[in-house]
Design a protein around this ligand. Structure first.
Ligand SMILES: Cc1cc2nc3c(=O)[nH]c(=O)nc-3n(C[C@H](O)[C@H](O)[C@H](O)COP(=O)(O)O)c2cc1C
Length: 496
């Protein structure tokens, strides 16, 4: 009895102590909040006002689990992400009961099914396509779906390793992004597209200018198949790359030619290129030095600029043309960029791609200048749309990030990515196990290719490269869909 009493007394004292301390903390916080002058909510609602900040931070994490509907979130909704996840994990991608997609949204592509599609045994395998047929070492690209540029720096070492190995397994190419060529890009043995950003990371001399010796060194790797000169990227047209200093480790600093911890800022354009003529000169120079196909990556701002480029090519001769043009849509992703540029600058790939394809085809350059499209093209319908609209290839960055396990935590610019993809913190990187994740990368690519083939067969053609604009209808605001070739008449020689 005596013992029980003393336990109760201790518990009562502890309780009073805890409550007393809590009350004291509340009073102190109340006084701090009331006296501070920077935050109006905390000054007017001391203590309680602090929960607002906490809840909006937690909302960012819990919204995608509990509150957002399947088709609601941005940049990618749950249905899009889950498709990639299931494909990457090798789970079947069949769904039950009916579509959760609102098919009446203006611009939604609807594929026109054929009354008598080819029989299963009439299907053809999608063939390879040559890029830079006139160069000494053309690139015969096996797949129409490939990995878009993400620099080593923006993404982590295990992410680059898993992408490289997965790309090899699936027979697709991987673009280095603007951070130079690392041993991790090469170790999987896949085809590599080397990107030359405006800071020329990986191919610059001590003054930051393009170095022919470094170009030759990079081109000497057999797996480096093409060079892509980046003019602009969809998420930040008119602004160069930004690699925050906390992501510039010793190794990355060495590959890029920076100091450890120094922000990696690229100029907003190539200093030596101020006109289409100068651009074609530079392309010709890189092609001569490397002997490999050279193209550009850009975002479309206005139709007349693209027309000027093709007029200049025709005037100077088709041999001066870039071997490919990557059209990145304004909806493209990034490791870090200012919000007004992400939100507001650059044409969507949905508008830009048919426009550029028409200008190219009218100039008679359909087979000379290959078109690569990117910008939120991550699910089979997106890729089928792009091929029908005029793309020869489609690339994706964030689709492949999802295949690596990205949960869209929106922390790519913070070095705190919880899935280890965009961080150099070993604590987070240990979650990204290369020997597992590369298989997911490969499965995602092969599933996309397979399902695009399924769409192609459904509209009545034998393989995806035969998809044309007449196979796609686009939903209008009157609730009726119109064939895409009526909205954007095609000039492609095989349009019919
Ligand atoms: C983390 C990250 C890093 C990127 N780094 C580069 C880069 O170095 N160079 C580049 O041209 N584009 C870069 N991009 C843009 C992508 O290559 C691509 O053009 C864009 O995200 C559109 O494709 P998506 O919608 O499939 O992601 C990056 C994108 C992300 C998400």
């Amino acid at each position: 009895m005596g013992f029980a009493m003393s336990v109760l007394e201790v518990l009562a004292f502890a309780f009073v102590g805890v409550v007393g301390t809590l009350l004291l903390i509340i009073v102190v916080v109340f006084v701090i909040d009331r006296l501070q002058t920077g935050d109006a909510i905390r000054r007017n609602y001391p203590v309680l006002g602090r929960f607002r900040h906490l809840f909006s931070q937690l909302g960012e994490f819990f919204r995608q689990y509990f509150f957002a509907m399947d088709r609601e979130e941005l940049p990618f909704n749950r249905a899009q992400r889950e498709w990639v996840k299931r494909a990457s994990e090798g789970h079947g991608n069949t769904v039950a009961f009916g579509s959760t997609r609102n098919l009446n949204v203006v611009g939604t592509p609807i594929f026109a099914n054929a009354p008598f599609p080819p029989l299963d045994d009439q299907f053809a395998q999608t063939g390879p396509m040559t890029i830079g047929g006139d160069t000494p070492t053309p690139f015969v690209a096996k797949s129409f779906f490939n990995i878009s540029g993400m620099s080593y720096g923006a993404i982590s070492k295990p992410a680059v390793q898993a992408l490289s190995k997965g790309a090899k397994e699936a027979g697709i190419w991987m673009n280095t992004g603007e951070g130079g060529l690392s041993p991790f890009h090469l170790e999987g043995g896949c085809d590599v597209v080397f990107q030359i950003g405006t800071a020329k990371f990986g191919v610059r001399d001590t003054d930051g200018k393009l170095s022919d010796d470094k170009l030759r060194e990079v081109a000497a790797h057999e797996n480096v198949r093409m060079f892509e000169l980046k003019l602009a990227q969809g998420a930040k047209p008119g602004k160069g790359g930004i690699l925050p200093g906390e992501k510039v480790t010793e190794e990355i600093a060495k590959i890029r030619g920076l100091n450890v911890g120094q922000d990696g800022i690229s100029p907003n354009r190539h200093a030596e290129v101020d006109s289409w003529d100068e651009l074609l000169d530079l392309i010709g120079h890189i092609r001569k030095v490397t002997g490999k196909p050279v193209g550009i990556k850009t975002v479309v701002g206005a139709e007349n600029a693209v027309q000027d480029l093709f007029d200049t090519i025709v005037k100077r001769g088709v041999e001066t043309a870039p071997d490919f043009i990557t059209i990145d849509g304004g909806e493209g992703g990034t490791g870090a960029a200012p919000m007004p540029l992400i939100d507001l600058v650059g044409m969507s790939v949905r508008e830009a791609l048919p426009l550029v394809a028409n200008i190219r085809d009218k100039a008679g350059l359909s087979s000379r200048v290959r078109l690569i499209a990117s910008g939120k093209l991550v699910n089979p319908g997106d890729i089928a749309w792009a091929l029908a609209a005029g793309a020869d290839f489609v690339t994706s960055a964030r689709g492949f990030m999802f295949s690596l396990g990205c949960i869209q935590a929106l922390k790519c610019n913070k070095n705190t990515c919880p899935t280890g993809i965009t961080t150099h913190d070993p604590r987070f990187q240990k979650g990204l196990v290369v020997s597992e994740k590369y298989k997911r990368v490969a499965r995602y690519a092969t599933d996309i290719i397979h399902e695009v083939e399924v769409i192609a067969h459904s509209v009545g053609v034998n393989e995806p490269r035969l998809l044309r604009r007449r196979h796609v209808r686009l939903m209008q605001d009157n609730g009726r869909s119109v064939p895409m070739n009526e909205l954007y008449p095609s000039a492609h020689p095989q349009a019919k």
